[in-house]
Design a binder for this molecule. Sequence first.
Ligand code: NAD
Ligand code: UDP
Length: 317
Amino acid sequence: MALGSSRRTVLVTGAAGFIGSHLVDRLLAENFEVVGIDSLLTGDLTNLTSANRDPHFHFQMGDVREPLNVHAEVIFNMACPASPVHYQHDPYATLTTSVVGAQRLIDQARGMRSTIVQASTSEVYGDPTIHPQPETYWGNVNPIGPRACYDEGKRAAETLLVDAKRAWGIDTRIVRIFNTYGPRMAFNDGRVVSNFIAQALTNQPITLYGDGRQSRSFCYVDDLVEGLLRVAMLPTLDGPLNLGNPQEFTMVELADTILSLVDSASELMYLPLPVDDPRVRRPDITKAKDVIQFEPAVELREGLSRTIENFRSRLAL
Ligand code: NAD
Ligand code: UDP
């Protein structure tokens, strides 16, 4: 895929979601013809307000578990609820979206020689026993726990995509995305960044789960989208690739940072830790640096400030 050439068609599934909509905007800015598909399970059409004004964007309401018929050079498969609250709400839908969705896209790509870029996840590493996590780590996932519908669904999708490459030579590329945040995250998303920002802005208690000392590494969405594009532009990609920002923070540190950026009366409120909540998470991005010269540019405070401004305007504060 060469950027800036005559318009080539790219399909983005999960286009109305948080990451999907940012990816759509970037692809349009790079002069692609973009088809977006979304079931609106967790996505929101307002995320596509700007894209919908562009004649080169075409939205289709649809489910990736149904047969698709879009002629696209590249397919970015972003469709899947990503927040633990949402993906556990209907575990069957989550698992089948990952597995049946991957199967449908492989069927489609097989006939059309498309490249598939799959949004996999750091959750394939589960509650990791190796830290930070390199792509060579096989993970520590509970296959029957409440997170399994997501973790195992994404793992099985990876298996399908790798086998499609082995068996039929389909160009499938797997990106393991680590915690990504930014403008357009849904208020009711349930993830930590959106929860803490919405709580701080509305002077509600900041809900810290467990002792708040579990860690995550947060990547600003523009950095992630840059990485996704670079992956699609490669001539080929062997094996999965971690994408994320390796700077690691505890949830208490995240809460303190957000409170230092928002003039808020919120106080910390400790709640039970969810089952199977990983204690630590941090990407080893050695491979991404090597293969696509990936270098996250947006520091946490800067990315949070931009996200807070976006939440403030949407909340009309
Ligand atoms: P999101 O919930 O905002 O977006 C997911 C989109 O997929 C939504 O618009 C939703 O309506 C759509 N969708 C869900 N099921 C569908 C189906 N069966 N058919 C069609 N559309 C469907 O989440 P996000 O944070 O934007 O995540 C996008 C992708 O990136 C997901 O695949 C997720 O697993 C992956 N990912 C995200 C993160 C992160 O931190 N944001 C981390 C790891 C992986
Ligand atoms: N978390 C929290 N308070 C919240 C939401 C989440 O303390 O209101 C914690 C959660 O227990 C986890 C971390 O923040 O340890 C990240 O959670 P999130 O749901 O954002 O994503 P995960 O990385 O667990 O998929």
